[in-house]
Design a protein around this ligand. Structure first.
Ligand code: AOS
Ligand code: ZN
Ligand code: ZN
Length: 432
């Protein structure tokens, strides 16, 4: 077999040498500043080192829009090449060993081969994802008018079976969760009966839930529009919460940051789901208008921080059953996916570490005393603290890069992959 190009640990260590002095100087300075706030910087490094966010297999390729897709040279052509890129990403940032697969896009011919391919690269499999929003070749029934919520029981059955196959495959791969996002909905008023379609969905999900192993969780991902433009069956967190409750303890809600109406207070939804014991996980990304699937923290970093403020608060107060799955869900149209995913992994970790800086004892007192201004500034103080040296040192101590993007570019990885992976001509456009 042809030897594939890899970024090795030695190369990363060499690249780190040039930056080490300055970063460690900044780290020392930050350590002193944090000590004045009774915060031990070493604790934060340990937290950053243990933070994990899973990579969506579909995020490794160039996404595209409804209008066009501009394939990037050297992009992965199959699940193995996606895993190669995931391994590279994880080598650089050391916080992304989990991969979330999408079936049938990533359907392996040989499950054991895929498993050992991943293990050899220190990767493992996070939540499985089903796909009943697209028709596949040779599929008996079309999902044009829905899947799990379709009016025709035969279509529903086909969609149920597909989800069961995903769970079965996931069990072989060591996954412990299944995410269900459906495209079901209507484009026009009157097209769908709201109550009937939700009842159909629930009936289908009950069958899937019954097949779920006891140590698994099923995540319900809501979305308020697209591909249906008038109504969606699982449109918001309220509907998602209702369904998760109806199904049982293994079902929980997944929050994709791009799946809410503009200006919705997402951190508050997160707080509510924590309180109700139904926060299953996240698809982190960012957006300006809709489900833009932009890099995490690129548009609204304060929102990302406020979400983590809720998560860290729950973590520190030991909320029973609190164990959300963190995943990215992005689509890259104009950037190299490995670079964008590195940035996002770093930004999500940044928000997590910044949220650790909130003085929660002081905040609780300010809240009790109705001191709105100082409560805000307590939260803001954490957000404006530049924790970059903590993130860099954490990566370095785990064997990763002080500057992942510079190291990646210096390695020539993408150019090497362009040689190894001659592009397939693809006419497809768009990814959701
Ligand atoms: C769709 O908008 C959702 O975000 C899903 O998570 C979807 O499965 C994923 O984006 C892959 O297409
Ligand atoms: Zn998503
Ligand atoms: Zn989405």
């Amino acid at each position: 077999m042809q030897r594939k190009f890899e970024i090795d640990d030695g190369f990363i260590a060499d690249q780190n040498k040039a930056l080490e002095k300055w970063i460690h100087e900044d780290y020392e300075h930050l350590g002193k500043a944090l000590l004045r706030r009774q915060i031990d910087i070493e604790d934060l490094v340990a937290k950053a080192q243990s933070f994990r966010v899973a990579i969506p297999s579909w995020g490794l390729g160039t996404g595209g829009t409804r209008f066009a897709r501009f394939p990037g040279a050297g992009e992965p052509r199959d699940v193995y090449e996606k895993l190669e890129d995931c391994a590279t990403l994880n080598r650089l940032v050391r916080s992304t060993p989990g991969v979330s697969l999408h079936i049938p896009w990533d359907q392996p011919e040989d499950v054991n081969e895929l498993l050992s391919f991943a293990r050899h690269r220190d990767l493992f499999f996070e939540a499985m994802n089903s796909n009943t929003f697209q028709d596949q070749p040779a599929q008996q029934h079309s999902y044009k008018f829905g899947s799990l919520a379709h009016s025709d029981p035969a279509v529903r059955l086909q969609a149920i079976d597909h989800n069961l196959e995903c769970i079965e495959l996931g069990q072989k791969l060591g996954s412990k969760a299944h995410t269900v996002w459906i495209g079901d909905g209507g484009n026009f008023p009157g097209q769908q009966h709201f109550r009937k379609t939700l009842e159909n969905y629930l009936e289908s999900m009950r069958t899937i839930y019954q097949a779920l192993p006891n140590d698994w969780r099923i995540f319900i991902e809501h979305k308020f529009y697209e591909p249906a433009f008038y109504s969606t069956v699982i449109n918001d967190w309220g509907t998602s919460y209702y369904c998760a409750r109806e199904l049982g303890p293994k079902a929980a809600c997944l929050v994709d940051l791009g799946h809410h109406a503009p200006n919705v207070n997402i951190e508050m939804i997160v707080g509510r789901l924590i309180q109700f014991g139904k926060l299953g996980g996240f698809h982190f990304n960012d957006s300006k208008y809709g489900d833009d699937d932009l890099d995490a923290g690129s548009i609204k970093p304060f929102q990302l921080f406020l979400i983590f403020n809720e998560l860290v608060d729950a973590e520190q107060s030991n909320v029973p059953g609190f164990d959300p799955a963190y995943m990215l869900d992005q689509s890259h149209n104009v950037t190299d996916p490995i670079e964008s995913l590195s940035m996002s992994a770093i930004e999500v970790t940044r928000a997590y570490i910044q949220a650790q800086l909130v003085d929660r004892v002081a905040l609780a007192e300010l809240q009790d005393n109705c001191d709105a201004l100082l409560a805000l500034s307590t939260v803001k103080q954490a957000f404006i603290t530049d924790v970059s040296p903590i993130l860099a040192v954490a990566r370095q101590r785990s064997g990763g890069a002080l500057d992942p993007i510079a190291t990646y570019r210096a390695s020539g990885y993408r150019a090497a992959k362009a040689e190894e992976r001659p592009t397939k001509i693809e006419a497809t456009v768009g990814i959701v």
